[in-house]
Design a protein around this ligand. Sequence first.
Ligand code: AMP
Length: 425
Amino acid sequence: MSFSSQGFSKEVVQALTECGYEKLTPIQQAAIPLARKGHDILANAQTGTGKTAAFALPIIQQLLNQPKVRVRSRTRALILAPTRELAAQIAENIEQYTKYTNLKVAAIYGGNKMSSQVRSLEQGLDILVATPGRLSEHMELRNVNVDSIEFLVFDEADRMLDMGFINAIRNIMMTVKTSPQIMMFSATTSTQMNLLSNDILRKPKRISVDRENATADTVAHVVYVVDEKRKHELLSELIGKKNWKQVLVFVNYKENANMLVKELKLDGIKAVLCHGDKAQSARRRALDEFKEGKARVMVATDVAARGLDIVDLPHVINYDMPFLAEDYVHRIGRTGRAGKKGNAISFVSREEELSLVQVESLIGQRIHRVILDGYEPTNRDALVQKMHNKPAFKDRKGRTNNPSADQASAERRARLRSAIKNKKS
Ligand code: AMP
């Protein structure tokens, strides 16, 4: 199904062509015709499925079909998103889709100066993308008024609720005096989600599409079996030898992220950091450098990287295996998007074998293991042997941490006892 067959203006179709969009993704096929008819929508979809265009394009087209003079401090469409990164990304996408129109789009979120946001709000907008917290602040200061909105979107509604935005959302809803068309997107359902959707959606059309998950044919999975302490060498070697240009690396701790970036820099590989301790502006800069190809590697923690969309990202590396198997799917959801090819590479030390098994059972496939020459993990038998040769420690009840050593000493004692006995007789 092509975009031109959906009744979009030629300005929009041209912009989409320049974005490289030819056919509608499944969520777009399901949502766009319904949204164009004005239905409320409750969609179950992940980032990576093309959901931004699924809700944004019908809104853009309706705004173009019914042009109105912009009113100071007001917006015609409001899109709420849980995080700054996601809000910025949605606004960026919409700016691309509307580049040949005169629609005005802005994003407001925490971490950026209120004053510059006030200026863009003052002039009036067609589409405002906002995080609920920052929007509430601006509403209290009367910098923006959402009482006359015609379209309302909740993107990643489940995460907004997880992050405790329910009161902010309810306050925002209370000021809305119109009956906007509402679209709610969420990856998961919960009682709280159901309560909210039952409360505010009118006869919604329900849509559900499978996320482009780990089992997507477009993603090739591979595991490198490696000792923990050699992971950074392996990473530098793979990047260098295979000439990987854009690599998103996931680690479990901020400290590991800092250390790894230093190591990569020592190896002459430009790397940037994206984790929660970094200021918003620094994270944004890092993401831009990574997207523009100025940095070859971005090292990120799960929370900081959620929802980030990096077009055509070819390589995602699990430097640490995630604690939760679901996070594997979230992480690698950043590659192989919208039908493109991607590589999911995991570094697995002995201690992480169990996590790997859990991931395999979640995605329903066994992942190919590779041991790179020179990176053979320390021999397991040797490890076991070493452990058995360790002296045994006994706890107060006489239990030992090393049964074989304990047995050896028992045998020694028995031999000694019988030698003493023999001497006596
Ligand atoms: P999203 O789920 O909105 O974050 O989109 C995921 C990625 O798919 C983004 O890079 C979009 O630019 C891209 N995308 C969305 N729709 C299409 C499409 N119809 N064809 C190709 N790429 C798309």
